[in-house]
Design a protein around this ligand. Sequence first.
Ligand code: NAD
Ligand code: SER
Length: 337
Amino acid sequence: MQAGKNKELKNREMRMERILITGAGGQLGLELTGELIARYGAESIVATDINPEMAKRMPACHFQTLDVMDTGALDHVLKTERITQLYHLAAILSATGEKKPVMAWQVNMGSLLNVLEGARKFKLNKLYWPSSIAVYGPNSPKKNTPQYAVKEPQTVYGISKLAGERWCEYYFNTYGIDVRSLRYPGLIGYKTLPGGGTTDYAVDIYRNAVANDAFSCFLEKDTYLPMMYMPDAIRATVELMEAPTERITVRSSYNIAGISFCPEDIYNSILHYLPDFKISYAPDFRQKIAEGWPQSINDEYAVKDWSWQPTYTLEKMTADMLTNLPQYMNRQQKSGS
Ligand code: NAD
Ligand code: SER
């Protein structure tokens, strides 16, 4: 009886939150928005993106076009929508960042500072901002890379994520902002397309396999990277954000581990289902980026603090991707996205 009442109270509290998501039209944003709608109710969510076209792809909720670099526009939304929590996902990823380094720095740092200041001015309850394995560099340990290893990132994306982590911790220490963050590995899912990262090949390979096209891989066959299947990444995000404050001991960003594999591993896992699938290798500038990153991650702090456990292996992910991707590719073709 009491347990039922407590659950009802928690549900009511969750539905009183007003949640703003920036970059909601991206690979992570579309899926996370869906999960937050399911947990908090569509009326609690304000999904935003700089690209107005994203409105067509959004799950049913209130969508607004918002350039998070525009401080006045961001503050207006925070105030008029009475926002209590913010998920700041808008960013320029690693491969695009190397093509446009100044723009990547300006967007990644400028938008984060706008958001941190917004959280301070409007006294938000919680702020989520994702970091990345890209904070590590060639001098970091490659395998089982620890939370507090040396970090000398060589990409603009990695430099901006590392600086962003320091700013998040600063706003927690100085202003008491409840900022929480994960260093995601490369994210792989069937519902959305990746947006200019070095780990994008691991989504593209499945799409080519399902389309019966041969795949040309921009990384070498034996390039190991930390990766994570999207359902694990979404669950990790929600578990971190809903963990009691006293359990959060890392205010920069938590390492989280999922799977570690190379292109040849993922290719072999697909061959099991599609034996005629062909791959070739044509490494480009992204090879150097990947070589500067860890091959696998040590996530002992996330495990200890809020009991993080991934559930997907490479084999389980491949089975799920190949089952679900065909219907999503059909829909994406029909909608022209
Ligand atoms: P994405 O490129 O797919 O999406 C980013 C979204 O941000 C896009 O919809 C874009 O239109 C929007 N955007 C860009 N500039 C904007 C601006 N000025 N104002 C508002 N919106 C803007 O990226 P993603 O993969 O969804 O990544 C989301 C976050 O997760 C990023 O911070 C990224 O660094 C982080 N991350 C992603 C991965 C991954 O593998 N996808 C891994 C580690 C960390
Ligand atoms: N998946 C991201 C990228 O490749 C890493 O943060 O840019």
